[in-house]
Design a protein around this ligand. Structure first.
Ligand code: PMP
Ligand code: GLN
Length: 382
């Protein structure tokens, strides 16, 4: 019998709920992906590059044209001049970038601070590197950082803190002032950061995304991760990038070259073309998704769900205690899928130990207007 390296891990909730949605014919507002396509010009560009013969390995660090577009965007939005050569690496998805960054940083026995609830790939990646996650719960109801709890969790073994803003699943945003507070907390310690910024362009109500890329001090010890999948509505392309100072990028690349060597070539060509031709795409994205959030929330206003409009991401949390307080959130998600035809994600699965009375489910509103209307109608009928 093989001895499992991840004995506590099963099939993720995203696979399970998406499967259940298919089996039951429910509307799938669970796993985070759009039910509409990315821009036509972007998809056409892939076909063109495949026809034009761009089908062999890309450079290990990513196509120069795409790395340059990423660097140009960072200069434009966050005011930092990063080197496309030594600081930007294209990866097959943000998940792979996070995995490689963790393998680059973590030695056996190291501790990694993760905030609960948090994205499910962090902990297994830390365990495979021989590290241990120390879970620090975010403060309810707003899912902000509990600074006392964070400070108490630091030890001489802490090597890494993973932050995620805009935050999956809550949509909470870390502010610039909080980044300053974080800088002060770790200034005299040998601690690195992974900043998971895959939802960097999905911030609403006029808020600005506080990127580590705009924070001189923290950037010097950070890997900043993003995903073209989220930004260009093409999650199935599994293409992302990581930006880090040259020494950190160098260590990450040593791992990346043996995990996958490089990302998919024609996708990188197409993304480079599209980014060059459409710099406005990323600045229009907040408005695009805010309209979806507002439509969904306006319609859901007539339901018995309780919620506050999400400040970021394409996820909306909703409290269902007025509907089925007797069900935990996993049972509630199944019940909503099977009995009411709308698949959701339970929030407790993002925790090591969820609060016992948590009654929250997560809806993904990256959907067409007709999907959102149909889903809201079903949810309002409960
Ligand atoms: N981090 C977070 C917080 C996410 O929600 C996702 C989405 N799956 C990822 C990372 C991974 O992105 P990708 O699909 O590019 O691997
Ligand atoms: N990030 C997506 C979500 O939170 C799912 C990605 C995945 O399936 N691993 O729904």
């Amino acid at each position: 019998m093989i001895t499992s390296k991840l004995p506590n891990v099963g099939t993720t909730i995203f696979t399970r709920m998406s499967q259940l949605a298919v089996e039951t014919g429910a509307l799938n507002l669970s796993q985070g992906f759009p039910d509409f396509d990315g821009p036509q010009a972007l998809r056409d560009a892939v076909a063109q590059h495949i026809s034009a013969g761009h089908n062999q390995y890309a450079p290990m660090t990513g196509l120069p044209a795409l790395r340059e577009q990423v660097a140009a965007k960072i200069a434009r939005l966050y005011g930092r001049a990063v080197s496309a050569d030594t600081e930007v690496t294209i990866t097959p998805g943000a998940t792979q970038a996070i995995f490689c960054a963790i393998q680059a940083l973590i030695q056996p026995g190291d501790e990694v601070i993760v905030f609960d609830p948090s994205y499910d790939s962090y902990e297994p990646s830390v365990e495979l590197a021989g590290g241990r996650c120390v879970h620090v719960p975010l403060a309810l109801p707003g899912f902000g950082i509990d600074w006392q709890a964070l400070s108490d969790a630091l030890s001489s073994k802490t090597r890494l803190i993973i932050i995620n803003s805009p935050h999956n699943p809550s949509g909470a945003l870390i502010t610039r002032a909080e980044l300053d507070q974080l800088a002060a907390l770790i200034r005299d310690r040998d601690i690195y950061l992974i900043s998971d910024e895959v939802y960097e362009h999905l911030v609403f109500d006029g808020a600005q995304h506080a990127s580590i890329l705009a924070h001189e001090e923290l950037y010097q010890r950070a890997f900043v991760v993003s995903s073209f999948g989220k930004t260009y509505h093409v999650t199935g392309w599994k293409t992302g990038y990581v930006v880090a100072p040259p020494a950190l990028s160098g260590e990450l690349r040593k791992i990346h070259q043996y995990v996958s060597f490089c990302g998919v070539t024609p996708l990188q060509w197409a993304l480079a073309d599209y980014m060059a031709a459409h710099p406005e795409h990323v600045t229009e994205l907040p408005g695009f998704y805010q309209a979806k959030r507002d439509l969904f929330c306006d319609l859901l206003g007539n339901s018995r769900f309780n919620f506050k409009r999400t400040p970021g991401t394409y996820f909306q949390l909703a409290d269902y205690s007025a509907i089925r307080p007797d069900l935990d959130d996993v049972a509630m998600s199944e019940w909503l899928t099977r009995e009411h035809g709308v698949a959701t994600i339970p929030v407790s699965v993002f925790y090591q130990q969820a609060p016992k009375d948590l009654r929250l489910v997560r809806f993904c509103f990256a959907k067409r207007e007709d999907t959102l209307r149909e889903a809201a109608e079903k949810l309002c009928a409960i």
